[in-house]
Design a protein around this ligand. Sequence first.
Ligand code: GLU
Ligand code: ZN
Length: 274
Amino acid sequence: MTRTRFAPSPTGPLHLGHAWAAMVADDTGDMLLRIEDIDRQRSRPEWEAAIYDDLRWLGLDWPEPVMRQSDRMAAYGAALDVLWSRGLLYPCTCNRRDIQAAASAPQEGAPLTGPDGIVYPGTCRGASRTGPRPQGVALRLDAAVVGDLCWTERGALRTVEADAFRTGIGDVVLARRDFGTSYHLAVVVDDAAQGIDLVTRGADLEEATPIHVALQGLLGLPTPAYLHHDLVRDAEGRRLAKRDDARALASYRAAGWSADRLKARLRESRIAPD
Ligand code: GLU
Ligand code: ZN
């Protein structure tokens, strides 16, 4: 059986977009649950409890124990050590303003943006890559070491050439100064550790997939298949904001919606009922 996962962050209530993501994961495979709580500032135990409660209300279940990213810092550190010892990472001390300024220097034209915002202009690329892995500083992947990439999206082949990765995505941060890891590194290490065959998630994360496929290659991990599903929108076609509490599952529950009716609505159309 295909193994899929639903990977919410416990930083607020689950809304209809999360419900749809969990339904897609459950429909297409055996769904594992992963709590993505590397952001210790914004993650709260009460939101984690609410996730379990909302998912059970939807009629979903999952194997225990649930993987929690805050328990996995050693695994992320080990992956960073592998990359660092091969000279593929470098420390970066730039702040947002430095990057903005360097990327918009007159000779550079309009700054290019990739999945993480402005493509990093490479200011710190010459920093030392020897000695023990630096802590308390951001570490970037040197995109020059990424080769041609391929994976499948809904069964169809996707490719990104090395050159396109270097110019359109660039040297992404794999260890944030504040978290000691990053979303990209954690998701790749954990999808492999959980044996995920099919990554299902919202279309908003599709542009990050080349980063994940590149990391799988560099870390010797298998590349799963991908399925990016459409996003739930409001009647005006706007994506649901993470903070739109009116679209929280809890609000529909409180308004008397049954799980079956809400799920039927989502299957019919990805337009959030008022
Ligand atoms: N934690 C991410 C979110 O809540 C999902 C990550 C993923 O599915 O790769 O948006
Ligand atoms: Zn820098």
